[in-house]
Design a protein around this ligand. Sequence first.
Ligand SMILES: [Fe+2]
Ligand SMILES: [Fe+2]
Length: 383
Amino acid sequence: VPAPRKPCPFATAAEIEAALVQAGGVKPLARRVGGHQHTLEKWCAELGANRRAAAGPPPVAPVFDTDDGSWLLAHLERLGDAATIEELADAADVPPRRVRDAAARLAERGYRIGGEDARVVLERVPPAPAGQIVPLPETALFAGEKVRLGVVSDTHIASREHRNRELQTAYHVLADEGVTTVLHLGDLVAGRGIYRHQDRDLVAHTFETQVDLAVELYPRLPGVRTLMISGNHDLEGEFGRMGADPVRAFAARRDDVEYLGEYDAWLELPNGAHIHMLHPGGGASYALSYRPQKLCESYEQGRKPAALLLGHYHRRGDFEHRAIQTLLCGTFEGSTALAKRLGLGQPAIGFHSIEATIADDGSLVDWWPRWRKFHTGRRLEAA
Ligand SMILES: [Fe+2]
Ligand SMILES: [Fe+2]
């Protein structure tokens, strides 16, 4: 004979559901009333109660779970920073509550969210990183003596590919900007006997005619002086064998030109900083910065220049290594037959104007090398 069923202590569905919620489910409630789980389930069925009442409403996957409020920024941008919450909710097709949540999240991320209840006002102020004390602005760190310089290189006068029109333009642009000192990084002339069959690339074939051509063609503008070093095309090959230096000869005939030396020179800037002007030897590596980086590493600690200006590569580069501002200074020679044969790529025809600031202690604190480039075949024709 089966044991008689325990009488149901609950009168209504609501009563049993309330008990389920309190106890935390069917099993704990069955234990509490001293019955079996199946008995309790039967009572629920008889009274029409929801036996899962304790579980609450079924869980809904949160839609904006990974929401960081970014979507609100886009709407604020479109509707204006002071759009009302209603307008934003309409635009985003979300409940206003979600707009408020997103605004709160933006505020947590450091956006300044303000305004009255009905509005979201976004101030585009960059947030201060948490936990960091914003120091007093030390703008004086960047104060110092200002220096302006023009920089040209590798003109290769007497080469068929010498770009004199561009060189003249460069000097006029620099003079218009108020530059009074231009640096030349070597290879003033093309020279002779530097590589096999060079004669085909030349328009003047002797020391005298190349120097004459340079004196005649090199830009001369009132109030502008040029400081110059020589390079391998000036000093090597045939001219070198006869012990002649075309840059020295050229400078002797031009009162606007000062010759600083063979291959390199150190220039003293205000407050004891230095620029090293260098026309290095050898070819360029595939990575443009490799050899300049090696050059930067060759200075002893304490004997570094503030800036290293490099001729010879006929390319343009601008990088910093060991706190040395390093520039590859381009050229005024187009692509020669040799360059094409060697697959050297397009030369960078152009010039720099540099603005620099040197602090009292000699630190280079501002360095603005402005590069202007001539594109092959790009010309302004007279109307
Ligand atoms: Fe050169
Ligand atoms: Fe060179």
